[in-house]
Design a protein around this ligand. Structure first.
Ligand code: 0A1
Ligand code: ZN
Length: 881
């Protein structure tokens, strides 16, 4: 915690540290209620620091128990100390050594930042500012030091002792029941990458030989009994290591790579050097307990943390404003990895769906911020979809604008030039500008300006002249603290589709620079002319979602359905259909508010039927095409005065109409997708299950009782979690007769498997029934629920707040009150988790007036509390701004 918590941190206030720390020796003696940490720091005054300048170290909730400088115990007047700060009043002018002893209480640490215990295992979390909860330090990412860590614990309590880097030495502590291990990490790193783990853990091992000939020991540590659930994670790790060598030329740089799975963790995972710590959700997988989606998530997160070794660890951030430097780039890298492991088109669609459902609402509401913010009160609140997902889109756009070769050259230059440094977005962009020769000044605005640009496109085709004119108009609405916006440099990948489904090549393009099939759109209004055309093309715009914009084209339903059936770009086939469906759903929502029946146009029904039956398309892609936009997506597109009940009614009726109109096709394809072979998590098998389970959702929500009955059969016959959970979801959400029995059977089967119980909590919390709120309340008393475990809290309360549009946004305001009260209590225990939960309020202003008033009242009630954490206060106050 900073001394004055009301003062924000600003990018323009950045100053290099006054002192440098070159080496850190840590001696950590563990005990549950009293752990002693001795830190020996080699310090030196920076050359531009005046002699005698006080040394100020960060702390958070610390208790100092000893302090000496160059071996001499410091006298009272030589320093001042508080839980959040240690000041050495007049340090030596030359190099000196500071020895600090702090005493911690790991068991009392419920924030899960710093040193804490998860199910008995000692572990640490230091990003962003957790190291200062372990010892006083220059806890900032531009302070790079070489760490040696000695860890000591009772053998019985913690037979496994792990640190960063390579193991050096270990053994018993003579005359005691304790032992120790020493680890050394030769790579200088910031404190946020420090980690240690000590516990009674099982280990699954393998090895990897790098392209440089280094033999690396790979270990995954899990709680005893989970050894059999690590194969997929290990396989994903080895594939990630090879891929980074092949695609980015990056090899691993230590002799060991350790992964530890813990059950209490605030986020997905953490890239500590050589010692990644994971939320067990992203490690453990068995067909019986994990869905295909879980398998894909594990593959991605394992890759993400591994890729951080170069983008984040070897090259780190100068300050926390540069968070996207490591996160956006690393998400881009993990997306590319998954695309190479699976279907590129399917992966791109999944990523864009995530971007639109998580990042677009952030951009459209009071929590909007630039990919690189300029100001924060609490950095923990900036691990957002904007920094991660939009940050990845910015890197993707860069690649699109300069082309694959220049992008790779730019990355190589970045690695060469900045290895071992803490750097900035400017330095990153300079590498690509040099490699490509393209001026990136305007492009850099993507890091500075918050909000989703709206890109309007109007088209005129002149038959005689054989000319297509596209007029692009870009607009970026004001966002918090940014009233005026400048035009962006937008890459628009484009194709022109001829009436027989072939690509048309224009003789010339004027009005925009191009890179291959990418147009550079740079001005508020830009007219681009395609000449030498022999027929009227249907333009396929923004192929592959080449920029994170909201595209509003003048293509009509028949053009879009033509693209949905014929576009050469699979992403745009999906997008075209979605766009027609979205327009229809918005109209249906308006109709539902007037109590009108929902009808679906015959052309749209035909497009769905064609898709279900089209065996030339991969099943995973067909599944995505058939999935309707979610209720939150529809609400986002409506944008104002949203009535979530009308959205829900419209979407439900729409789905039922499709299910009934093409029932035989759905049923036949559902049967055809049955796989007799043993479960395999590979992409092809997962795709078939995805299509079959998407069709099951229609069968369960249609009017035909025989179709409904299939859901029960599917549940009873399922031999893997993907199928079982799909059926359970439909039974629960469609409130089919077998629902209660199925929920009870599932509970019975999985009561001892916490990650599987999370799905059980989630499926009930997201049910659109009016009884759901009461059920969620009851479930907080369920023996498998624990308010101290972030996964449980997310599965029950988080899923209700963020995944249940109609019930969280109940017209009487009780959904808001419940979540606000829960977050209020959670804040006392775990502020980070509480603040994250409250971000579910970010779209409150887009609701109709009645609900808006209830949401505002809940927020104001919280804002009036005097003892909110900085994390909570920041979110609540920004929501109200
Ligand atoms: N750097 C991690 C994310 C992360 C951030 C903060 C944490 O503190 C609880 C934990 C993890 C990543 O991008 O994977
Ligand atoms: Zn990351």
């Amino acid at each position: 915690m900073r001394p004055d918590t009301s003062a924000p941190v600003r990018l323009e206030d950045y100053r290099a540290p006054a002192y440098r720390i070159s080496t850190v020796h840590l001696d950590i003696r563990l005990a549950p209620r009293s752990a002693k940490v001795r830190a020996r720091l080699a310090l030196e005054r920076a050359s531009d620091t005046a002699p005698g300048t006080p040394l100020v170290l960060d702390g958070d909730d610390l208790r100092l128990t000893a302090l000496s400088l160059d071996g001499r115990v410091l006298a009272d007047g030589d320093y001042t100390v508080a839980p959040d700060r240690l000041e050495i009043v007049s340090p030596p002018t030359g190099p000196f050594t500071l020895e600090i002893e702090t005493t911690l209480d790991p068991d009392a640490n419920t924030k899960l930042m710093g040193l804490y215990r998860s199910n008995g295992t000692y572990c640490t979390q230091c990003e962003a500012e957790g190291f200062r909860r372990i010892t006083y330090f220059l806890d900032r990412p531009d302070c790079l030091a070489v760490y040696t860590t000695r860890i000591e614990a009772r053998v019985g309590e913690a037979p496994v002792l792990l640190g960063n880097g390579n193991p050096v030495e270990s053994g018993p502590v003579p005359g005691t029941d304790r032992h120790y291990a020493i680890w050394h990490d030769p790579h200088p790193k910031p404190a946020y990458l420090f980690a240690m783990v000590a516990g009674d853990l099982a280990c699954v091992s393998d090895s990897f030989r790098t392209c440089e000939g280094r033999d690396v020991a790979l270990n995954i540590y899990v709680e005893h009994g989970n050894e059999g659930a690590c194969d997929w994670a290990m396989d994903s790790l080895k594939r990630s290591m090879r891929w980074d060598e092949e695609v980015f030329g990056r090899a691993y740089d230590l002799d060991v790579f350790n992964i530890v799975a813990v059950s209490d963790f605030n986020m997905g995972a953490m890239e500590n050097k050589g010692l990644n710590i994971f939320n067990d959700k992203y490690v453990l997988a068995r067909p019986e307990t994990a869905t295909d989606q879980d398998y894909a998530g594990i593959e991605t997160v394992i890759a993400h943390e591994y890729f951080h070794n170069w983008t984040g660890n070897r090259i780190t951030c100068r300050d926390w404003f540069q968070l996207c430097l490591k996160e956006g780039l690393t998400v881009f890298r993990d997306q590319e990895f998954s695309a190479d492991m699976r279907s590129r088109a399917v992966k791109r669609i999944a990523d864009v769906r995530l971007l639109k459902s998580h990042q677009f609402p952030e951009d459209a509401g009071p929590l909007a911020h630039p990919v690189r913010p300029r100001l924060y009160h609490e950095i923990n609140n900036f691990y957002t979809a904007t920094v991660y997902e939009k940050g990845a889109e910015v890197v993707r756009m860069l690649k699109c604008l300069i082309g694959d070769e220049a992008f790779r050259a730019g990355m190589d230059l970045y690695f060469r030039r900045h290895d071992g440094e803490a750097t900035t977005i400017e330095a990153f962009l300079a590498c690509f500008q040099e490699a490509s020769g393209l001026d990136l000044e305007q492009f850099a605005l993507w890091y500075e300006q918050a909000g989703t640009p709206v890109l309007k496109v109007d088209s005129v085709y002149e038959k005689e002249a054989g000319r297509l004119t596209l007029t692009f108009r870009q607009q970026l609405a004001p966002s918090p603290k940014q009233p005026d916006k400048k035009p962006m440099h937008i890459p628009v990948r484009i194709g022109l589709m001829g009436e027989n489904g072939e690509e048309l090549a224009p003789a010339a393009i004027t009005g925009a620079d191009t890179t291959g099939d990418v147009l550079h759109i740079r001005t508020p209004v830009q007219t681009v002319v395609f000449s030498g055309l022999t027929e009227r093309p249907v333009p396929s715009l923004l192929r592959g979602f080449s920029a994170p914009v909201s595209l509003k084209s003048d293509l009509n339903e028949s053009d879009l359905l033509f693209l949905a059936a014929n576009d050469k770009d699979p992403f745009n086939r999906w997008e075209a259909l979605q766009s027609v469906v979205m327009t229809a759903l918005i109209a249906a929502t308006a109709g539902a508010a007037r109590q009108e029946a929902v009808t679906v146009s015959p052309a749209l029904i035909a497009a769905f039927a064609a898709n279900v039956a089209d065996e030339s398309l991969e099943p995973a892609f067909r599944a995505l095409c058939l999935q309707l936009p979610g209720e939150a997506d529809i609400a986002r597109e409506i944008g104002h005065d949203v009535d979530p009940d009308a959205v829900h009614a419209a979407r439900t009726a729409f789905r039922r109409a499709i299910a009934d109109d093409i029932a035989p096709t759905i049923r036949a394809t559902y049967e055809a997708m049955r796989d007799e072979a043993e479960f395999s998590p590979d992409a092809r098998s997962a795709g078939r299950r995805a299509l079959r389970n998407t069709l099951l959702d229609y069968l369960g929500h249609g009017s035909d009782p025989a179709g409904n009955l299939l859901v029960q059969t599917h549940f009873d016959a399922s031999d893997n979690m993907t199928d079982r959970f799909a059926a359970l979801s439909v039974l629960t959400h469609a409130a089919l007769p077998g629902r209660d029995a199925a929920l009870a059977a599932y509970e019975e089967r999985y009561r001892a498997v916490p990650l599987a119980m999370d799905k059980w909590f989630m499926v009930q919390a997201t049910a659109p029934a009016s009884s759901t709120l009461e059920r969620v309340r009851q479930l907080t008393d369920h023996p498998a629920f624990s308010a101290g475990n972030p996964n449980r809290v997310r599965a029950l309360i988080g899923a209700f707040a963020s995944g249940n549009q109609s019930q969280f946004n109940r017209a009487d305001g009780s959904g808001f009150d419940f979540v606000a009260d829960f977050a209020r209590d959670l804040d006392r225990r775990n502020p980070q988790a509480a603040a994250r939960m409250m971000s579910a309020f970010r779209s409150w202003r887009a609701l109709e007036p009645g609900r808006r008033a209830h949401a505002e009242a809940a927020l104001r009630r919280l804002a009036a509390e005097t003892d909110l954490s900085v994390d909570m206060r920041d979110i609540v106050e920004r929501c109200l701004q």
